[in-house]
Design a protein. Structure first.
Length: 579
């Protein structure tokens, strides 16, 4: 028996699939006779299914034809499988999705967990912001009805090394329809809409299809591009921060007295008897806790098993500690890093690239803000930043580089200060303690960003404590501070400027405490965390990766690029530049 097949159809896997199918069938609150019949003998029926599948005796039953009217006219023809088949399909999907999804293009948004129409619109807006002016829009004609099954199975074999799984998928594709065939125009074509595996399989095959000439045309952003229910124009604000969702997410818990625990395969956050959050552990990449938040031992063990990082912060955002699985990396990378840290020329070269990235990204941040607000001062500030960046190649030492970086940061925040509502009291960047709401959010965000970078560096085999730009100090993550420089303007800063510019946060949501400075209230913190997470999930074009990735993924890519540059002195490090 193939490994995937065996994993998909254990009794426990089928029971989990049954729970999902049952919940979906009863989601509308209406009684379902088919569910009730299966539930009466669910344990016995699941055991029988597992035995039949293991023996190769199980065969799918015909699907039921269902027609749903389309809003624009016509009908959508579905082939709905019987309940037992849906259980088998759901269990199969659980093992197929992790194998197929990573192979899909980053521009593929349909039928993928955590991605949707808003992600696709955001990608279109981002393409516009990189300077593209025209869009070729096409529509696939009768897509589900025309997909050749043999091509789907061929591509499935490339992705899945388990012939029993491929054979089972072939049987599912070839099912008849009670009362007549539902979707295929002829034998060997079409995917049954109504089957949970059809959307995933459809993403394996999205070319060599006939386009719908009536819905295909070329449009310009100046005239407006109609796409997925929205119109994207040359002046539409980019909404990418709010829409990009990967298969894994970060969880932030700041309810004081709450408890994080596990129930089955789910992370559950409770406050007394109130359930605040339930999320499958496979969807969790990091859990960040603020202040007095409890964690059960069972959760901590499961987090280590699953590679989920746990970050503990105090109420002000200062690091208390991190729980992460032991790092198993090649020591060759760290040895090269330590040699580089002792070589002034290598440090200066890499530091110059990091600072160039930061200054360039601060400049683009100002230019984008200037376009939105028609701010001439911001545009002038952006040109001054360009002049400072041009001096970096001639810098003879780290001290000179740091001087140019400091001058650029002052110029950047002076320009930003002119764009911020005076009610926030922001005059300059001040860290300890932050005196105003802007500085409070910036410091809080940089702390979060630093943890992201530390994890990325460790994943690339690097030591976060040994840097090339920031000085080494006890407990100071110098290399993390180095790498995060280029990401500050594109991530945390953009989130703060958007929150204040849209008045999503207000000055009265902050308090000033003696010796602690300005602190975020609960509402402000929740708004900031939401904006920060949206920004980290925003897709950006990464030239070295050759595709669009989220800023969070980009940090990991840059950490690996830095490791490669340290291993090979002849390979220059190139910062990620926002366009």
């Amino acid at each position: 028996m193939g490994i995937l097949f065996a994993r998909a159809f254990t009794e426990q896997a089928l029971l989990d699939a049954w729970d999902t199918v049952r919940a979906a069938a009863l989601a509308d609150g209406q009684p379902d006779a088919e569910v009730a019949r299966f539930e009466d003998g669910a344990a016995r029926r699941i055991a029988e299914l597992a035995a039949e599948l293991a023996a190769g005796e199980w065969e799918p039953q015909p699907v039921r034809r269902v027609e749903i009217p389309k809003p624009g006219g016509g009908v959508r023809r579905l082939g709905v499988p019987p309940l037992a088949d849906r259980v088998v399909e759901r269990a199969l999907l659980t093992v197929l999705d992790p194998e197929i999804d990573p192979r899909l293009l980053p521009w593929s948004f349909a039928y993928r967990r955590g991605l949707g129409a808003r992600d696709a619109v955001a990608a279109l807006e981002d393409a516009r912001d990189t300077g593209l002016g025209w869009v070729a829009r096409a529509d696939v004609k009768d897509f589900f009805e025309r997909v050749p099954q043999w091509e789907v199975l061929r591509r499935l074999r490339e992705a899945v090394d388990d012939e029993r799984v491929v054979h089972l998928v072939g049987m599912l594709l070839d099912r008849t329809v009670a009362g007549g065939r539902a979707a295929p125009l002829d034998r060997g074509r079409g995917l049954h809409q109504g089957s949970v595996v059809s959307p995933l399989l459809s993403n394996l095959y999205l070319d060599v299809l006939e386009l719908n000439s009536g819905k295909s045309h070329v449009a310009s952003f100046d005239g407006g591009v109609r796409f997925l229910g929205e119109t994207v124009t040359a002046s539409t604000l980019n909404a990418a921060e709010a829409v990009s969702h990967p298969l894994e997410t970060s969880v932030y818990v700041d309810r004081q007295g709450s408890l994080i625990r596990v129930r089955g395969e789910n992370l559950v956050v409770v406050d007394g008897e109130e359930a605040l959050l339930r999320l499958n552990l496979r969807r969790v990449r990091q859990v960040t806790c603020y202040g007095r938040v409890g964690l059960t031992t069972a959760f901590l063990h499961r987090a280590l098993e699953r590679g989920i990082e746990v970050v503990l912060l105090d109420r002000g955002g200062s690091l208390g500690g991190r729980l992460t699985a032991p790092c198993a990396s090649d020591p060759t990378v760290r040895r090269a890093q330590y040699r580089a840290a002792d070589d002034p020329d290598t440090c200066r070269t890499i530091a110059a690239a990091l600072i160039a990235g930061k200054i360039g990204n601060m400049r683009v941040t100002l230019l984008r803000a200037a376009r939105r607000q028609d701010d001439l001062d911001a545009a002038i500030g952006a040109e001054r930043l360009a002049a400072l960046e041009a001096q970096l190649p001639d810098a003879a030492s780290l001290d000179v580089l740091l001087g140019l970086e400091g001058a650029a940061s002052r110029e950047y925040f002076q320009a930003a200060q002119r764009m911020v509502d005076p009610m926030f009291g922001f005059t300059a960047r001040q860290r300890r303690p932050p005196p105003d709401p802007i500085n409070a959010m910036l410091s809080y965000g940089y702390t979060l960003l630093c943890h992201e970078v530390i994890a990325a560096l460790e994943g690339a085999g690097l030591d976060p404590l040994v840097g090339v730009l920031h000085q080494h100090r006890w407990g100071r993550p110098a290399l993390a501070l180095d790498l995060m420089e280029e990401f500050r303007p594109m991530t945390v800063d953009v989130a703060v400027w958007r929150l204040t510019g849209s008045r999503t946060v207000r000055a009265e949501q902050f308090t000033v405490e003696p010796d602690l400075g300005c602190r975020m209230g609960d509402d402000a913190r929740a708004a900031f965390l939401a904006a920060y997470e949206r920004r980290m999930l925003t897709l950006t074009t990464h030239p070295a990766a050759g595709r669009r990735v989220s800023f969070r993924v980009a940090i990991g890519v840059q950490a690996k690029a830095l490791a490669a540059a340290l291993l090979d002195p002849g390979r220059p490090y190139r910062a990620l530049r926002w366009k």
